[in-house]
Design a protein around this ligand. Structure first.
Ligand code: HEM
Length: 137
């Protein structure tokens, strides 16, 4: 990820923040359309879960310049997700739902460069998380 891509992610995230509750709602709607089988894994209040998700994404976005701090947090999170029933292939669906949500929220501000930057960052993060949670010991 280049410094310019990090800037694109951080700037576009700042534009999502004012509509974060709406964005979280859109994200889950889209996720459950893409893969209805994941719906039963969410046991609690989705609005509260959406706030946790947005908070975690905010932390990630702000930690892209400090990967030494981000990586262990992401690894712990991935291991907790195994207990929620999450499987490795679900990370692709979540990535698709996330990019779709950003596109809805940002409209024309979601440029090709911004999409590429998010896709790269999410792909890298998902790779680290899957490695931590599912790689054979
Ligand atoms: C970058 C990727 C992800 C982030 C930042 C993220 C964030 C979070 C956070 C902050 C929580 C709250 C509990 C905790 O921290 O352990 C959570 C719970 C959860 N996440 Fe994720 N998550 C990610 C990927 C996924 C994926 C791929 C799935 C698969 C569908 C998923 C499904 C769930 C479920 C089922 C819960 C528990 C919900 C409940 O208890 O009702 N997450 N996630």
């Amino acid at each position: 990820m280049t410094p310019q891509q990090i800037t694109l992610i951080q700037t576009s995230w700042a534009a999502v923040l004012p509509i974060q509750d709406t964005a979280a709602g859109l994200f889950y709607q889209r996720l459950f359309v893409l893969d209805p089988s994941v719906r039963p894994m969410f046991k609690g209040d989705l609005a509260a879960q959406g706030k946790k998700l947005m908070q975690a994404l905010g932390f990630i976005v702000n930690s892209l310049t400090r990967l030494d701090e981000l990586v262990p947090v992401a690894q712990d999170m991935a291991r907790r997700h195994v207990g929620y029933g999450v499987q490795a292939e679900h990370y692709d669906t979540v990535g698709t739902a996330l990019l779709w949500t950003l596109e809805q929220g940002l409209g024309s501000a979601f440029t090709d460069e911004t999409r590429d930057a998010w896709a790269m960052a999410y792909g890298t993060l998902a790779g680290v998380m899957k490695e931590a949670a599912y790689a054979p010991a």
